[in-house]
Design a protein around this ligand. Structure first.
Ligand SMILES: [Zn+2]
Length: 318
């Protein structure tokens, strides 16, 4: 038997349930939606979670469409799934947990007697470190972003190679290989010896079908490559950035982005222009380094200093 929250499955079975983590403000108990797919044959364990940021729904789309396709009688090993991590943020379609105004992916490994976010982090971290591989499905929030996979443990981490391999197997096409901030699951779980990646499935309001499909392909690539399923997966070279430069606007106004997402940009190339409300040019911002046009804000209006776009730099093929 494999148990995750109230989901319990014998070999060859799958089940769904709730992972209880406390009570809401009205005193009702609440739990995260979880699933167990227990393969008929022994094997490794994969943990997948989505909506760690409450407005990042593409990962939920991946889980929703992947789970019905998983047949435990054809599976070796076990898949543990948490479909919605940031319960409170998901309810109100926000990024951060409104109970403590915290970003969940800064709260790992969590604390089971701590804040709301720390308790949820601790509950899901337990499942993550019981696994052999972890996929923490994210996206570039509601901005526009390429589909990519983040390796966050840092190049000097003892699990760097394993995390990078997992990212290459997932196979979005792009990898950002850069040590992340403290509190990320993709940093905390490798410290416990579990290769972990943070697939970033585009960026949108609601669902993006192309990004969801790329995420589903990524999950099946992992299942085939690591022997959960009988299928075969050959890894393909990925475009890897190890630097990430963010650009803000030096003036207020309306932006006009020049490159498209995924375009190669040269040093000195124009990234965006800012005009005033009446169409008069105010500023033209160029790239400090060459790289890949990675992410951009969705709305055109900006204040001085406000985020506009990002370029992945130090690009190679891995
Ligand atoms: Zn996220």
């Amino acid at each position: 038997m494999v148990t995750f929250g109230t989901a319990t499955a014998a070999p060859g079975e799958k089940d769904t349930g709730r992972l209880e983590v406390g009570e809401t403000r009205d005193g009702s108990t609440f739990g995260l939606p979880v699933a167990v797919v227990n393969g008929v044959d022994d094997g490794r364990t994969l943990y997948i979670q989505a909506a760690s940021d409450g407005d990042e729904l593409n990962g939920v789309g991946v889980i929703q469409r992947t789970l019905p396709q998983l047949d435990p009688t054809e599976l070796s090993g076990t898949i543990l799934v948490c479909g919605v991590v940031n319960y409170h943020a998901f309810q109100v379609a926000e990024h951060r947990n409104p109970i403590d105004d915290t970003k969940m992916n800064r709260a790992y490994p969590g604390d089971k007697t701590g804040t709301s976010s720390e308790r949820i982090a601790a509950a899901t971290f337990n499942a993550a470190i019981s696994a052999d591989y972890v996929l923490d499905l994210h996206q570039g929030s509601t901005s526009q972003m390429i589909d990519e996979v983040r390796v966050r443990c840092g190049t000097r981490h003892r699990l760097h190679e394993e995390c990078l391999e997992l990212a290459k197997v997932f196979g979005c096409g792009y990898i950002l290989d850069q040590k992340g901030p403290d509190g990320q699951l993709a940093r905390a779980a490798p410290d416990e010896g579990v290769p972990t990646i943070d697939p970033e499935l585009g960026g949108c309001v609601g669902w993006d079908e192309d990004s969801i499909q790329r995420g589903i392909n990524g999950v099946f690539n992992v299942l085939n490559y690591y022997g959960f399923l009988d299928g075969h997966h050959d890894t393909r070279p990925q475009t890897r950035a190890s630097g990430f430069e963010q650009y803000g606007s030096p003036v207020g106004g309306l932006i006009d982005l020049k490159p498209d997402l995924g375009d190669r940009v040269a040093r000195g190339e124009t990234l965006f222009e800012v005009t005033d409300v009446f169409g008069e040019p105010k500023a033209e911002i160029t790239a400090d380094s060459s790289g890949v046009f990675w992410r951009a804000r969705r709305l055109p209006q900006v204040a001085t200093g406000e985020y506009v776009c990002s370029v992945g730099t130090n690009v190679d093929t891995y």
